[in-house]
Write a protein that binds this ligand. Sequence first.
Ligand code: NOJ
Ligand code: MG
Length: 580
Amino acid sequence: MLQFLVLGAVATVISGRYENVNVKQDWWETAVFYQIYPRSFMDSDGDGVGDINGITSRLEYLKELGVEATWLSPIFKSPMHDFGYDISDYYSIQPEYGSMEDFEQLLKKAGELNIKVILDFVPNHSSNESEWFVKSASKDEYYSDWYIWENGHLDSTGHRSPPNNWISVFRKSAWTYVASRDQYYLHQFGESQPDFNYRNPVVVEEMKNVIKFWLEKGVAGMKLNSFNHIYEVDKDSYGGRYPNEPMTGKPGLKPEDYGYLEHIYTKDQEETYDMVSQFRDVFDAITIRDNLTRIMMTEASTTIKNAVRYYGEGTHSGAHIPFNFGLIEDLDKDSDARDMKYTIDRWLTYKPLRKQANWMTGNHDTSRVASRFRSELVDAFNMLVLLLPGIAVTYMGEEIGMTNGFVPWSETKDPQACNTDDPVNFIEVSRDPVRTPFQWSNGKNAGFSHADSSWLPVAEGFEHLNLAAQRSSIRSHYQVYRTLTNLRMRPAFKYGRYESLALNNDVFAFKRWYNDDTYVVVMNVGRTYHVVNLTAFDLIFGQLEVEASSVVSSRTYSDNVQANYLDLAADEALVLRMQV
Ligand code: NOJ
Ligand code: MG
């Protein structure tokens, strides 16, 4: 008992312990970031659309979860063809979401609660309704070269065709004709999202100004969206014309599909990494001036070797947090414990040694854990995100194990889905199911809005799967999540070392330790019962005590287990502490 009390004291009074060993971490280095999709989080004014005041009214909830920062999907002025990822004015707030005063109020409240706010910024493209694009389309002298304009082809019959074969991420040609210039503009995403021309220094300057503007307003950082798309190949190296991209030869794809081509000229261009570092300088300048770190997060869905280049190279600093999509892109329903170990080790292996890793299992573009894997594994995945070394990022709703909603074709809003023109197969690419309203309660619209209907329908099953129900239940994903964010404050999880094992095909386990405080996180991701022996880890023996258990587990806090004989039910996940 005495031992228990002493260890407890070490865990809660962290500071005294770690000052001795000279471990110092900046606010972001092991923080929990919570991603909010503002449209779907909380509607304060009853129009069926989430808004800024809605977020402000729920900041206490983030605090309660043990979250230290939030990153908000875009809130800037936008015609909402891609729900904010098509910005028409980078310096103002989308009126439907609120006013600048509302946003300042959000920052104030967040500051009082010591929650940092990060904004999602879209540097690759603006909306075609932005004044910059409208002026560019009319060949205004200053704005003329802000976007990628190119001549098409006109054949002898008068038939006009695009400059080359490039395809948009959302399907079909990446080029759209504009009569006023008798030219095509490039859009790597939707038609309403023209790509900026990063070879024009004036554009780069303006983007830096946007970052400065929001940092000066008091945001703690920015997340830079689709960063690996910002440059296209330099056409001057190809005789002044953008070259065709080669075909992938992947079976089952149509020429309009994005995967039909190998994107060697539109993604991951070498110049990208210098731009990362140029943007980082903007963050650093304000960081140094204020003596408070402003962070840069980058999003790039790319190869592992490219992904870790975003950390910076040599004397060039990169992003503080280059998003790691491993748990999202490399694992699926068929993955087992070995795949998990492999995926996790991969990021840890490729990232620069002294940089922080980061972990996420979801976002507004990706099927939810409960649907992508199964709901019984929600706690196991939250254990990964929150207890692996480094930064944790949770997409709203993952803490309560929300499932994908069902959004029929008639109510589908996602441009990526609408662009399929396919009322049956749209479901394979639609991102609406992961953007359905947050399930606060079993009330009207799941407590999200007073409106008659919400902008996307609430997911089925919300009557049982909602925050209120999980708050009042002793065992729930929400309770597990809170236990985990609490555990994460302990030195073993903040600064501790890491080792992992696939104990068999179904059971993944990892050990975290700091001095003599040692934990084993173990999860059976298979569908059958297993007995495992944790003494396969160095220095794990005797008894371990349960600190947290998944809702499907029959074990609870402070139960004891034997290191050399641990029986695990299917889907059971445990956080165990070595007894000394
Ligand atoms: C990535 C964002 O996450 C996605 O939602 C968006 O559609 C594209 N970038 C285009 O901006
Ligand atoms: Mg609203």
